[in-house]
Design a protein around this ligand. Sequence first.
Ligand code: NAI
Length: 333
Amino acid sequence: RGKRAFIAGVADDNGYGWAIAKSLAAAGAEILVGTWVPALNIFESSLQRGKFDESRTLPDGSLMEITKVYPLDAVYDCPEDVPEDVKANKRYAGSSNWTVKEVAECVKQDFGSIDILVHSLANGPEVGKPILETSRNGYLAAISASSYSFVSLLKYFAPIMNPGTFLFLRHLLYPFSSSFKNIVKLSLVLISGGATISLSFIASERIMPGYGGGMSTAKAALESDTRMLAFEAGRKHQIRVNSISAGPLKSRAAKAIGSKGMSYIDRMIDYSRENAPLQKELSAGKSLPFSLTLTSLKEVGDTAAFLASPLASAITGAVIYVDNGLNAMGMGV
Ligand code: NAI
């Protein structure tokens, strides 16, 4: 069978999660998504009404199928963690089984296992504030939603991720030498184990004025966890853990960044266009006006598909830039 992917953080067709779903679907994967509970109804009804049909179109002309949409709130690990006011909230009360542990259990019941786990979600309630003015609660909430959410997803999904298959390969050592011709070497080769991918941003390692509320901290934590979790999940489950540091995209989440005047994301997109080594146009993923993004959705999606594939079987613990090279610049032009 083809691979099965669970993508957490898809609630419209404008974000990186959607783009990754499309690239994985184009490569033959079955797609399951986790959608933030408050955004679930509108996403599902838009999907059913055909609002996304144009952007569901894959390179071969077929439409991407999403096999199942799961409600998810990655801030809560299990039902005991959910505060009463959230339980009682109208938008949450209509759905069930949306904590991380329960979603993993539902996916197990429905499908048995997955091969690919994608974390494409972030939230920082005070992202519009400089970090110096961010409250403790705002800072911790950013890390909870944007960094620990990945730890939690991996923790609960790892047991249902297909481990890699080990194959013994028999090599003949010194095949042309008569004296050594009987010496054989056995080596153990790992064939395409489970793969996980998260989305990061350069604010984790460079000063990006305006990316506030502790979101820069959250991305630094996410990247650091990428390394530790690569080790732990690699040793325990043969799962690879990588992150994509993506260029700026005017997604729903990005529009919330910054407070006054021209939005942060517009400034970032302009800066990238002026200063990145590659000033190329959008390569089609979805027909967005050029001003919406410089790193195309498809380029990030395709990198995720590569990282999830056996072509990347020796890549783990890595943060891969997909940003037209902006990260490599030392000075603006
Ligand atoms: P997006 O708005 O498409 O995705 C964010 C998703 O997170 C939304 O679907 C939202 O509903 C979901 N979400 C928020 N809180 C959640 C929770 N508690 N539980 C479950 N889902 C929750 O926006 P975008 O920009 O595509 O974001 C995806 C990832 O890409 C994020 O990690 C973001 O930080 C990262 N990224 C975005 C860049 C940009 O310029 N847009 C640049 C680099 C990284």
